[in-house]
Design a protein. Structure first.
Length: 702
């Protein structure tokens, strides 16, 4: 593709960002402003117009989905494969470097990557050993993750216990947890970046090599970087200073993961002579949606001001519905989706329901099922977290790294082979005494005289299976999966439904070597999966980041949910909740519907709810307010009266298409009243919602 073609269809600000080729660049990209287009066109322009070798450009982002989209677009622009290029997530690119260099840190290059559940299993095991309540493991794992995101190792903690304020028990757990990881030749997610930073800081020669390899660096979603990610980026860019950071401080919503919004503000101080470009033209949403989003975020403190605009036109008015309780709220959402679908303008896959906490999804799911509408929960259990799939992956991990005790314990008795919990506990205790992995301890037991024949018999067949599989570790991944099926009988044991998932796993592994396959599945999340069918998407506001839908419902617009009650008394937390609401609003392309309830069951009690304080920042003329009450005669609305009680007796039921002699075709939203005086609410394409009496309306049913 020619230089000029690469600049076509870019607005002036996008073009300026693409043309910038030397020195630091900060692109403040508002929601829907085409930042991915800027990054990919800039990559292509550097490699064509400025003859920068594509392998010399390091492009870092946060999700596999975003990385894959980048690769696809770059391939389309350059006409060359992007598979081998250095484009990926912070974690996957760090893992790629560590596969080559980690032996310098004392790890084997066949290290395995532990996901959250694997790490949780180690923490629980440590807590059990220290006689600490195991139910605390999630909180402890979160603290460990926060420390690693801030580049604080167990050694740092031991040397400065008083400075960090953690009690002695926690410090012991952190030290032991890291020892167990090293014994298993394993890294957790946070280690991938922390170890890469350590690798470069302790080995200046290696750092210089990679600085020479990467003359240009591009960082996507820069506002989401934590301290370790920022430091890694800083190390790469400190020589050439050819760094382009693209982000939006208005969309920084991952403080709980260690993200520091101040990183986007300190960039200009850390990289002198930074050029700043603002992307304010929005290509996603209508102006009414942007106006509401703008009013919400304008009250945010210490932000870099941006005013989004679009040439898509005003669009439909935003709706805000106040329901009696969360059940009525859910029914309103489900009924509205049914009407949208019946109009034929949108498919179910075009619609998303967003909410603040996972607890809200249960009632919404019930309402969707009542209406017979297909839906999917996004960000839930991924394909690779299903039990049968993870079992086979554990076998593969053991083939690559027999010291992986977490994977070994998972499948030692799966399928059943008389290696129960008591046997595993006994072997684990021996492993602790010997300071070895469970695998090596099992091999020792088989050769020693001090153990019963019963114990040896139980573990010998399992060890023989692992050894025979390990002998074929150079085979392709799909061949190894077939060997696992053959030697363990797992496929037959799993049953027909689960076996189908395992066949899919084998297909997904074709043409992939074992290490790269295991790295890819270990770094996969539920958010990386694409919807396989025409379903309404249900997800938390955090999981909606980076997505867009023609129609968006945001449920629970109440104080205590949006903003969350944990954040109300903390200024910084409240600021993040405002940004989270802004992110939710800017996911909508054509239609935005906000909903809330007067009463809601939260956790164990029913509570009186107040509308979200953020609504006070939106001028009333920006949205249509619908108030739903239990009785039809008690309904009030600032614009229209919308009844709650539905009458099944009317032939003009919700969803029916009708024709009016003056206003043309419309869709019935509701019908109510006595049989001799039925009234209907009809949404006409020409004039909007009208309330009509059937006796006088002269409607024709289509």
């Amino acid at each position: 593709m020619t230089k000029q073609v690469l600049l076509n269809n870019l607005n002036p600000q996008q073009k300026s960002a693409v043309l910038h080729n030397t020195g630091p660049l900060l692109v403040l990209a508002g929601a829907g402003s085409g930042k991915t287009k800027v990054i990919t066109h800039r990559f292509a322009y550097l490699s064509t117009a400025h003859k920068v070798p594509p392998m010399s450009i390091l492009a870092m982002t946060f999700t596999n989905k975003a990385a894959n989209e980048m690769k696809q677009r770059i391939e389309s622009l350059t006409g060359k494969s992007a598979n081998s290029l250095w484009i990926g997530t912070f974690h996957s690119l760090s893992a790629r470097i560590l596969r080559k260099e980690i032996d310098v840190l004392g790890y084997g290059k066949d290290y395995c990557i532990y996901d959250e559940s694997d790490s949780g299993n180690i923490v629980r095991s440590v807590l059990k050993e220290f006689k600490i309540h195991e139910a605390l493991y999630k909180g402890i794992l979160s603290k460990i993750s926060s420390l690693k995101a801030s580049l604080i190792s167990p050694e740092d903690l031991l040397a400065n216990e008083d400075s960090y304020g953690f009690d002695e028990k926690f410090v012991r757990v952190y030290v032991k947890y890291q020892d167990e990881l090293r014994k298993n030749n394993a890294l957790d997610f946070d280690d991938l970046i922390m170890c890469t930073v350590k690798l470069f800081e302790q080995n200046p020669g290696l750092l210089k090599k990679y600085q020479l390899d990467f003359s240009h660096l591009m960082v996507d979603e820069f506002q989401d970087t934590n301290a370790s990610q920022y430091r890694l980026m800083e190390l790469f860019a400190s020589k050439h200073k050819n760094i382009c950071a693209v982000g939006d401080d208005d969309q920084s919503i991952y403080k709980f993961r260690g993200a520091e919004v101040k990183n986007i503000h300190k960039f200009k101080n850390d990289f002198s002579k930074t050029k700043v470009i603002m992307l304010e033209q929005n290509y996603r949403s209508t102006q009414r949606i942007l106006d509401i989003a703008g009013n919400i975020i304008a009250k945010s403190r210490d932000r870099m001001p941006k005013k989004l605009w679009t040439d898509r036109g005003e669009g439909e008015k935003i709706s805000y519905c106040i329901a009696t309780n969360e059940i009525e709220e859910a029914r309103y959402i489900a009924q509205s989706i049914k009407e949208l679908f019946q109009k034929g303008k949108y498919f179910c896959k075009d619609i998303a329901i967003l909410y603040r906490v996972n607890q809200q999804s249960r009632i919404l799911e019930e309402a969707m099922r009542e209406n017979g509408q297909p839906y999917r929960i996004c960000g839930g259990i991924s394909f690779y977290q299903r039990k049968e799939v993870k079992d086979i992956i554990s076998y593969l991990k053991l083939i690559a790294n027999p010291d992986d005790s977490v994977s070994l314990k998972r499948i030692a008795n799966c399928p059943p082979r008389q290696i129960g919990a008591a046997t595993i506990t006994r072997v684990e205790n021996e492993a602790r005494k010997r300071d070895e992995s469970v695998y090596n301890t099992m091999k020792y037991i088989m050769k020693s005289n001090g153990y019963t024949n019963s114990l040896k018999e139980k573990i010998s067949s399992f060890i023989n299976i692992i050894d025979s599989l390990h002998a074929h570790k150079e085979a392709s991944t799909s061949e190894l999966i077939n060997l696992v099926f053959e030697k363990t009988g797992y496929l037959e044991w799993a049953g027909e439904e689960k076996a189908a998932n395992l066949i899919d796993l084998r297909k997904s592994s074709e043409d992939k070597d074992l290490k790269s396959f295991l790295d890819s599945v270990s770094l996969f999340s539920g958010l990386d999966e694409d919807p396989a069918d025409n379903s309404v998407s249900l997800m938390t506001l955090h999981n909606a980041k980076g997505l867009e839908f023609p129609v968006v419902f945001i449920a629970g617009i109440e104080d205590g949910l949006m903003p969350h009650f944990h954040a109300i008394k903390d200024t910084e937390e409240l600021e993040e909740e405002r940004r989270l609401f802004y992110v939710g609003v800017t996911r909508a392309q054509d239609m935005l519907i906000l909903t809330g309830a007067r009463k809601r069951r939260l956790y164990t009690s029913i509570q009186e709810q107040q509308p979200s304080r953020f609504l006070a920042d939106i001028p009333e003329n920006c949205y249509l307010c619908i108030e739903k009450r239990p009785r039809a005669d008690a309904i009030t609305s600032s614009v229209a009266k919308v009844p709650v009680q539905f009458s099944n007796a009317s032939p003009y039921a919700a969803g029916a298409r009708v024709k009016h002699p003056k206003w043309g075709v419309g869709v019935v939203r509701d019908s109510y009243g006595e049989t001799d005086d039925v009234k209907v609410m009809v949404n006409f394409h020409t004039v909007g919602i009208k309330r009509l009496s059937l006796k006088f309306a002269n409607l024709e049913k289509l």
